[in-house]
Design a protein around this ligand. Structure first.
Ligand SMILES: Cc1cc2nc3c(=O)[nH]c(=O)nc-3n(C[C@H](O)[C@H](O)[C@H](O)COP(=O)(O)OP(=O)(O)OC[C@H]3O[C@@H](n4cnc5c(N)ncnc54)[C@H](O)[C@@H]3O)c2cc1C
Length: 389
C-alpha cells in the first residue's frame, strides 16, 4: 500500500480492494495490446463482456442509489472507490471505460416519479449513456448569460431551437438533457431542462474533433418538439438542476484525476529504481527524488482537499465552494504530477504504448471542462469576499 493513504473503514477498504483487483486483472491487461494499435478505448464487445462481469460482482454505477440498481456509495465512499476504478489507461472520462456502467446524470435523480421510472432504471440496467447539453458556441463558462437556445410552448409541450457546442456522448446516447431559455429576460431563473431524444426530427449533430480519446459534437436543434412530460422540474428551474449536476461531476472528476496521478507516481518510482543513468539508478539523483517527493506531497494534499469536500457534501448536502476548490486543486495537481512522471520516464513517457500520454491529454481536458480552473477560482474568491463583508 502507498505510504500516505488516508485511513478508511474496513468495509470500504474491502470494496476498494475488490474494485482495484478487478481493474488490475480484467481491464489493464487488455489495454496493453490496444495501446500498441493506437486504439482510443475498449472495443464494444470487450466492454460489454466486462460489464456483465462487473455487474454480477456488484461493481456497478457507483454513485447511483441502490434502489435504482447502483452500488449506492455515499460521496466519501465514491471518491475513495473512484481512485481505484481509474487505475488503467482508458479511464478518463469514464472509470473502467464504461465497464462499471454509467451513472445517470443527476438530473434524472431529481426527476418526477414517471420520469424516473421511464428513464432511470433502464439507464442503469442497460448501461445507457446520456448527453448533457449546456455549452453553446457563445460560451460555456457563464451559461446563465450565454445560453441562447430557446424553448417555446406549443399546444402539447415545447419547441426547441438553438445550437450547442462540445457536447460529449451525443452519438452514443438515445437521450440527452438540453438546457434552454424559457424566459428571455429571466437570467439563470429563465432556463429550463428538457429530456430530448437524439432521434427527434430537427435534432442533428456533427463531430467536432478535440484532443484524442474524447468525442464531442456540435448539436443543432431546429424546431425540435418535445412533449410536456419531458420538462425536468419546474419551468425556469433548470439551472439549479445543472448546478447540482456540475457539483457532483466536479467531485467525481477531482477523485478520478487524483487516481490516475497516483498510479503515474507509483509507476515512476518503480521506473526510476530500475533505470540507470550516469553510472547509477535514476532514483538516486536528488533532482529526481525531490521532484517525486514534491509530487507525492502535492498529491496527498490534493487528495485531502477532495476527501474534505466529499465529507462536507455528505454532512451538509452540498458544498459548492469546497467542491470547486477540490476540482481545481485535484485537476491542476494531477496534471503536474503526470507531467513530472513523463519527464522522469524520458522518451518512454511520451510513448503511446505507455498510459502516461493518454492520461496527460485527458487531464488537460479536465482543467477546462465542468468549469475551467479560472471559473473555480472565481467561486472560491466570491466566497472569500462574501465572508469578509
Ligand atoms: C472534451 C470536452 C468535453 C465537453 N463536454 C461537454 C458536455 O458534455 N456538455 C457541455 O455542456 N459542455 C461540454 N464541454 C464544454 C466545456 O464545459 C466548456 O468548454 C468549458 O466550460 C469552457 O467553456 P468555453 O469553451 O466556451 O470557454 P469560455 O467560456 O469562452 O472561456 C474561455 C476561457 O476563459 C477563461 N475564463 C472563463 N471565465 C473566467 C473568469 N471569470 N476569469 C478569468 N478567466 C476566465 C478560462 O480559462 C476559460 O477556459 C466539453 C468541452 C470539452 C473540451
Amino acid at each position: 500500500m502507498f505510504p500516505f493513504e488516508p485511513a478508511l473503514d474496513p468495509d470500504l477498504r474491502d470494496f476498494e480492494q475488490t474494485v482495484r483487483t478487478f481493474v488490475e486483472r480484467e481491464i489493464a491487461p487488455v489495454e496493453v495490446d490496444l495501446r500498441r494499435t493506437g486504439a482510443q478505448g475498449l472495443p464494444p464487445d470487450v466492454r460489454q463482456q466486462l460489464q456483465r462481469k462487473a455487474k454480477a460482482n456488484g461493481l456497478w454505477c457507483f454513485a447511483t442509489p441502490a434502489e435504482y440498481g447502483g452500488a449506492g456509495l455515499s460521496p466519501t465512499q465514491m471518491v475513495a472507490v473512484l481512485e481505484q476504478a481509474v487505475r488503467h489507461t482508458y479511464s478518463l472520462p469514464d472509470p473502467g471505460d464504461g465497464v462499471f456502467g454509467y451513472d445517470p446524470p443527476v438530473f434524472l435523480l431529481d426527476a418526477n416519479e414517471e420520469q424516473r421510472e421511464k428513464y432511470l432504471v433502464p439507464t442503469v440496467e442497460e448501461a445507457r449513456q446520456w448527453f448533457v447539453a449546456i455549452t453553446e458556441p457563445s460560451g460555456g463558462s457563464d451559461p446563465a448569460r450565454t445560453i441562447r437556445t430557446r424553448a417555446e410552448r406549443t399546444a402539447s409541450g415545447w419547441r426547441l431551437n438553438g445550437r450547442k457546442m462540445f457536447i460529449s456522448r451525443v452519438a452514443d446516447a438515445e437521450h440527452g438533457i438540453v438546457l434552454a431559455r424559457t424566459d428571455i429576460d429571466g437570467g439563470d431563473s429563465g432556463i429550463s431542462a428538457f429530456i430530448v431524444p437524439s432521434q427527434s426530427p430537427g435534432f442533428t449533430y456533427r463531430s467536432v474533433g478535440v484532443i484524442r480519446d474524447h468525442d464531442t459534437y456540435e448539436v443543432s436543434l431546429e424546431d425540435v418538439d418535445v412533449p410536456e412530460e419531458n420538462l425536468l422540474g419546474e419551468p425556469g428551474k433548470g439551472f439549479a438542476l445543472a448546478r447540482r449536476w456540475l457539483a457532483r461531476g466536479r467531485l467525481s472528476l477531482a477523485a478520478r484525476s487524483i487516481g490516475v496521478a497516483q498510479l503515474a507516481l507509483e509507476m515512476t518510482v518503480e521506473y526510476a529504481r530500475d533505470r540507470r543513468v550516469f553510472g547509477g539508478a535514476l532514483i538516486e539523483k536528488q533532482g529526481v527524488r525531490w521532484n517525486l517527493a514534491d509530487a507525492a506531497m502535492n498529491l496527498h494534499a490534493a487528495r485531502l482537499v477532495v476527501r474534505d469536500a466529499a465529507e462536507t457534501v455528505e454532512r451538509e448536502g452540498s458544498a459548492p465552494t469546497k467542491t470547486s476548490m477540490a476540482k481545481l486543486v485535484a485537476t491542476e495537481t494531477a496534471y503536474a504530477v503526470v507531467d513530472t512522471a513523463m519527464q522522469v520516464h524520458g522518451g518512454m513517457g511520451l510513448c503511446q504504448e505507455m498510459p502516461l500520454e493518454h492520461w496527460f491529454r485527458a487531464l488537460r481536458v479536465n482543467r477546462v471542462v465542468e468549469g475551467a480552473t479560472e471559473v473555480q477560482r472565481d467561486v472560491v474568491a466570491r466566497t472569500l469576499v462574501a465572508s469578509s463583508a
